[in-house]
Structure formats: structure tokens, C-alpha cells
Ligand binder design. Structure first.
Ligand code: FES
Length: 122
């Protein structure tokens, strides 16, 4: 949680953000702050995280936002919906911990989330 001052009205307001950590195939870590309510994919695209292209803009039609969720985080995420599972079946090397980052909505509960980006998405 971050406290900011509104530049127009000069009053403090609270902006809820969560830290999301991406690890690319070459083991480089990209830690970004994403506003609650956005998807993890939207945060990655806004922050130019390499390997998250999101070609379909979040429509569950491309799997270019595919990530592997660090084991300790997997059960903390909302369950996959049927469409997500179907799209992941067509993703590159799907695993048990695969998710589409466009389906993960950022909240305080996801603060510190760790995701690996598949090697094909370099
Ligand atoms: S952005 Fe296309 S499936 Fe997530």
C-alpha cells in the first residue's frame, strides 16, 4: 500500500498496489508494482516486462501471457475457468502451475507473487 499526494488537490489518497515478480528464462528478475484491479498481464505490458506480449489483449485467445506460478503461490490464486484451461492446453509446454496472466486480477493478496515466464516467450 502506498500513500500518494494528489498533484491537483494536494490531499493524500491511498493507492493500492501489489508487487509482482517475473523471472525470465535467463533468470533475470523483473519486479513491478501493479495497481489493484488491473490484471497481472496489464501490469506486465505497462511495465515492458519481456516475454508477456498479450497479443489478444486479454481475450483468452493467444496464450502469449502464459506464466508458471511459483509453487507456494499456486493455491492462493482463484481457480481457472474452463476457457483458461482450454487455452493453456494450446500453450507452449503447459505445466500444472501454468496460468494465463490476463486472468489474474491484482489484489493485496497477490503482493509478492512470483511468476516464471516460459522460455519460448523470450
Ligand atoms: S493476453 Fe491473450 S490469452 Fe492472455
Amino acid at each position: 500500500m502506498f500513500l500518494h499526494t494528489c498533484p491537483i488537490f494536494f490531499y493524500p489518497y491511498i493507492s493500492l498496489m501489489a508487487k509482482i515478480n517475473f523471472i525470465t528464462h535467463d533468470n533475470k528478475e523483473h519486479s513491478i508494482e501493479v495497481q489493484n484491479g488491473l490484471t497481472v498481464m496489464e501490469g506486465a505490458v505497462q511495465n515492458n516486462v519481456p516475454g508477456i506480449d498479450a497479443d489478444c489483449g486479454g481475450g483468452m485467445a493467444c496464450a502469449t501471457c502464459h506464466v508458471y506460478v511459483k509453487e507456494e503461490w499456486f493455491d492462493k490464486l482463484p481457480k481457472k475457468e474452463e476457457g483458461e484451461e482450454d487455452m493453456l492446453d494450446m500453450a507452449f509446454e503447459p505445466k500444472k502451475n501454468s496460468r494465463l496472466s490476463c486472468q489474474l486480477v491484482v489484489s493485496d493478496e497477490l503482493d509478492g507473487l512470483v511468476l516464471n515466464i516460459p522460455s519460448k516467450q523470450a
